[in-house]
Ligand binder design. Structure first.
Ligand code: SF4
Ligand code: SF4
Length: 430
């Protein structure tokens, strides 16, 4: 335990954009940060993107320097494969129990050479790539994921199924594989807690009218991001499952909005970004964006929309959208702005699902003793406090944990939360 009994320590839950930004700022201000992340790598949703709207800045160029700072910062304990199990106490003196799962690879000796992946005989769908690529039972989720230290997926490793296999151990020249690694329980004393657990996306499969999982060339927005990504399964080539390039693409935005009952705030801009992706990689392809509302707040975003229209994006008002298999291609039936039945036939459909609370939000809220709002996101502004406060003093929230928003707002909220933690205030405007 620290000599100061955790007086200057802060727990940050979630190592996406908000968690990384807040951790670095807190460390800069002299705080010791315990950054807890359930996944084997950090960077959140942004590490799956190639570009960020509206200027199409390179996402990796934005996040990679922050990731490196995080790895090199001695004031930040980066706890991947970890989750918060128990919290007690009050502001200024919380006691937190964190469970860190064994990775079976030593971060001290592993150099990230990848020889163990090549040797592993088990191949399975890589969920980071939405099943469009394979990974091994010992793996890092994607090229460039940090930390560049693999972990063993014990559900699929042959040894953990009772079979004999030493392939990864024999392949590793650095003796970095530690088959007797154990889960650890860490008891931390912290003065404040920041929830930065991000968002999830609505499950498309139950919404059968959109054909996802049934019609071959219907993709989710994450799949499309990964197809466009230079470190993705096609190394950035936009292509159909047949391997051919599509000559026409339709993005259906706000999928699931009726079910959630709220706007996902960034869906329109994301769809315009996809129009840019098509225009950039396939300049001769037709590009349609089906929407019920095209909300592009601010001059910069309006210019981005206008530029996409100039480059040929066809913005189509469409309700009651139904997606079916064509022969060939994909058929879309919808009602236009006058309520008349209309049809479109394209090679590829991209569904942009609504943002939903991240998995495990309810469980974490119960552990922390803070409420969720009526939509299942963390409730903000408790006790009449500011937007980064919760109902419990000393527990703060930032980024998409409270609802959908763009990256600039996520970063701004992380900075507000840091200011509130450093000053011991509620983060509101006095
Ligand atoms: S565990 Fe060994 S073989 Fe695998 S990446 Fe690390 S150093 Fe390379
Ligand atoms: S023990 Fe075998 S199956 Fe398990 S991770 Fe290593 S190489 Fe893969």
């Amino acid at each position: 335990m620290d000599e100061n009994n955790g007086h200057d320590d802060v727990l940050v839950i979630g190592a996406g954009m908000a968690g990384i930004e807040a951790s670095l700022r807190l460390a800069q201000a002299g705080r010791h940060v315990h950054l807890v992340e359930e996944r084997p790598c950090f960077g959140g949703s942004v590490i799956r993107f190639e570009d960020i709207y509206p200027n199409m800045d390179c996402a990796t160029c934005m996040i990679a320097p922050l990731q490196q700072d995080l790895l090199q910062n001695a004031s930040i304990d980066l706890l991947t494969l970890s989750r918060v199990e128990k919290v007690s106490g009050n502001a200024g003196k919380f006691k937190v129990r964190v469970k860190k799962k064994a990775s079976y690879v030593s971060a001290e000796t592993c150099i990230g050479c990848g020889m163990c992946f090549e040797a592993c005989p088990v191949s399975l769908d890589n969920d980071f790539e939405e099943g469009m690529a394979q990974r091994k039972a010992i793996y890092v989720p994607a090229a460039g994921a940090l930390p560049n230290v693999p972990s063993i997926d014990t559900d699929n490793c042959l040894r953990f199924k009772g079979e004999e296999c030493n392939a990864c151990i024999e392949a590793c020249m650095f003796e970095a594989i530690v088959m007797d690694d154990k889960d650890q329980v860490l008891d931390l004393d912290v003065e404040a807690i920041l929830v930065a657990t991000g968002y999830g996306l609505m499950d498309l499969k139950p919404m059968k009218r959109f054909g996802y999982g049934k019609v071959p060339d219907v993709y989710s927005s994450v799949e499309f991001e990964r197809l466009y990504a230079s470190n993705g399964p096609t190394e950035g080539e936009l292509k159909l499952r047949s391997g051919d390039a599509p000559s026409s693409v339709a993005v259906v935005q706000c999928v699931g909005r009726e079910e959630t009952g709220y706007c996902s705030a960034v869906g329109c801009l994301n769809s315009l970004k996809f129009a840019h992706y098509v225009n950039h990689k396939l300049p001769d392809a037709e590009m349609h964006v089906l929407h019920t509302d095209m909300c592009v707040p601010g001059k910069t975003h309006q210019r981005f929309r206008d530029k996409m229209v100039e480059h040929g994006a066809d913005l189509v008002f469409a309700t009651d959208v139904k997606v079916e298999k064509g022969s060939p291609g994909v058929k879309i039936a919808y009602k236009d702005g006058a309520g008349k039945a209309a049809k479109l036939k394209v090679d590829m459909v991209v569904l942009a699902p609504a943002f939903v609370p991240s998995e495990g939000s309810k469980e974490l809220a119960d552990i922390l003793g803070v409420p969720l709002d009526g939509t299942g996101f963390f409730a903000q502004g408790g006790n009449g406090g500011g937007p980064v406060s919760t109902a419990k003093e000393g527990i703060y929230v930032a980024g998409c944990a409270t609802g959908p928003k763009g990256i600039s707002q996520v970063v701004m909220e992380a900075d507000m939360a840091v200011a509130a933690i450093l000053t011991g205030t509620d983060g509101g405007v006095s």
